[in-house]
Design a protein around this ligand. Sequence first.
Ligand code: NAD
Ligand code: GLY
Length: 357
Amino acid sequence: MRKVKINLGLNSYQILIGSDLLKESGQWLKEIGFSDKLVIITNPIVQKLYGNSLKQALLKDGFKVTILSVADGEEQKSLETAGRLYTELSKAYTERGTPILALGGGVIGDLAGFVAATYFRGVPLVQIPTTLLAQVDSSIGGKVAVNHGQLKNKIGAFYQPRLVISDISTLKSLPSGEFANGLAEMIKSAFIRDRDFFTFIETNLDKIKSLDEGVLEEVVCHSARIKAEVVKKDETDLGLRHILNYGHTIGHAIETVSDFRVNHGGAVAVGMLAAARISNKLGILDTGELARLKSLILGAALPTEIPDLDRGRLIQAIKQDKKVSGGKIKFVLPKAIGDVFITDQVSLSLIEQVLAG
Ligand code: NAD
Ligand code: GLY
């Protein structure tokens, strides 16, 4: 097992990464001071796969455990579902010190995190991510949120967990498309921050995809370290943390215009390549580096071309992002593999040129 510490003063915590960690969870929870009631928030798929056995292990360790289950799916990240969970938490006679364990992917992590941040003005939160995306990205850094109409992830808080337990054994049951979603965020982390890690992923891609435990532990750990380092420098997303959105400006537009038929990983993969092409056209990113990114994305079974969507609507959706970020379209662009910068100086005509292919 490996440990990554995320240093945030009083809000510091550990990320534990390894195989078969779920059965040891009681021990880690006791180590950070929990000993009595616990609430697990999960969904029926993850409950069946891991929730019930986690509950049994925790009961054996002397905890009192309540499981609250919400239906699967992004639409559960809502104020309505959060409201239902508040009611159920009150029926379970939880107290301010009762921790919420978010067991699942990013949807459960964001929703349960939001509930933990707001119930009783904040109860302790433990993230137990079970998707690759959640293990390399969403469980780390304290962004918790629900959606509200068109406001995706905009009703939320920065609320750090007390512990993250990333059991890589849970990835064995993950559908391949969900695994590829996580790979997109892992490639992003390497591409924005760590050239050697990018090379490591290139070299070990087959082992990653075949869930080689040693390599998987290494890459989840390395991705967690990159995110932890960025979040430590900019916890509340005022500057540097924007680089974690590499590929997301065009990626979000693709998701929106496709009515979410293009999944997040696919949209981010295409968005990362489009941003790299913009940089290449500006004479910043070397063509060989662009080719390496494309080849890794292809190898990860992710798309490389912008899907057949109305280009005008894509531009509108990108401009919509602009409204949200202070009147300018903000892009994260690569200088080289492992090194990016933030700019609002990309012209609309260049974006249109890249979208045209
Ligand atoms: P998800 O939570 O919807 O999980 C994907 C699917 O996998 C679901 O059907 C889920 O039930 C299932 N699943 C989960 N674990 C499984 C397992 N081990 N085996 C089999 N099936 C399993 O999707 P996701 O990609 O994990 O997360 C996406 C969400 O994360 C989005 O809502 C996004 O906004 C959010 N997000 C948040 C942050 C952040 O910093 N907070 C960062 C990135 C993404
Ligand atoms: N996933 C982007 C962030 O955590 O800031």
